[in-house]
Design a protein. Structure first.
Length: 225
C-alpha cells in the first residue's frame, strides 16, 4: 500500500472536496456559481482553490472531465450485463447518482479541450451501443432514442429533494429523501419499457442536439453563453 505524505493527502482531500462542492453549487446556482461559494461549501479558503486551479473555468473543465469518465464507466459496466435492460438501468441509475445533470449549465460556457472532445465522443459511442442493444432485445420502447435518455438523466440529476435538505442541514430527512428519489428514478425507468404502447409526443430530438450546446460559439450571436 502506497503511503502519501500528509501534505499530499490533504491536497487530494481538498481537491475532492472542491470538485464535489463545485458540482453541488452548480446544481443550485448554475454558471452564476462563485468561487467564494464553492470554496465555502468545500470548507477551504479561496487561496486553496486557486493553488489547485488557476480559474473557475479550469475547475469546471476538470469537473467535466471526471464526469465523462464516470459516464464511460457506467456505459461500459452496462454493456457487460447479461440482461440488456438491466444494463440500461445500471447506466441511467449510475449517471443520475453522480449528478451528471448538474453539468448542463456549463454547456457553451467553457472551452472544450481535445481530450474532453475525445471523451465526449467515446461516451456517446458507448451509450449509443447500450441503447441499440436494448432496442434489439425488444426491451426498450422503439420510439425512445439516446437523446431522450440523456435528457432524462439530466433532468433526474438536477436539484433534488436530497440536495435541498442537504443545503438546509436537515440530515434527519436525507434517508427518506434518497428513498423518494430512488422511487422517481424507478418510475421514469418503467416508462422506458417496450410494454408501453402510447406513442411519445412530437418528433424525437435529433442526434447531436445535446452536444451542440458545448460548442464555444453556441451563445447568442455566435458568442459563448
Amino acid at each position: 500500500m502506497v503511503r502519501r505524505a500528509p501534505r499530499q493527502a490533504e491536497a487530494e482531500r481538498n481537491d475532492r472536496a472542491l470538485l464535489e462542492a463545485a458540482k453541488k453549487v452548480l446544481v443550485s446556482d448554475g454558471t452564476r456559481a462563485s468561487v467564494a461559494a464553492i470554496a465555502e461549501r468545500a470548507g477551504v479558503g479561496i487561496a486553496t482553490l486557486y493553488r489547485r486551479y488557476s480559474s473557475k473555468d479550469e475547475l469546471f473543465q476538470r469537473l467535466c472531465a471526471l464526469a465523462l469518465g464516470q459516464w464511460i464507466d457506467a456505459a461500459e459496466h452496462g454493456l457487460k450485463h447479461d440482461e440488456p435492460w438491466e444494463g440500461l438501468v445500471h447506466y441511467v441509475t449510475a449517471s443520475v447518482e453522480f449528478s451528471g445533470g448538474a453539468l448542463g449549465p456549463l454547456a457553451g460556457t467553457i472551452a472544450i479541450t481535445e481530450e474532453m472532445a475525445a471523451e465526449f465522443e467515446r461516451a456517446d459511442r458507448l451509450a449509443q451501443a447500450l441503447v441499440t442493444r436494448v432496442h434489439e432485445a425488444g426491451a426498450l420502447r422503439p420510439d425512445v432514442t439516446l437523446e431522450d435518455i440523456s435528457l432524462l438523466i439530466e433532468q433526474l440529476g438536477k436539484l433534488s429533494l436530497v440536495d435541498q435538505f442537504e443545503r438546509q442541514g436537515r440530515t434527519d430527512l436525507l434517508d427518506e429523501a434518497r428513498a423518494a428519489h430512488a422511487r422517481v428514478i424507478a418510475i421514469a425507468l418503467d416508462g422506458l419499457r417496450a410494454a408501453h404502447r402510447h406513442p411519445l409526443p412530437g418528433r424525437p430530438p435529433r442526434p447531436g442536439l445535446l452536444a451542440e450546446r458545448w460548442a464555444e460559439d453556441s451563445g447568442p450571436a455566435g458568442k459563448r453563453a
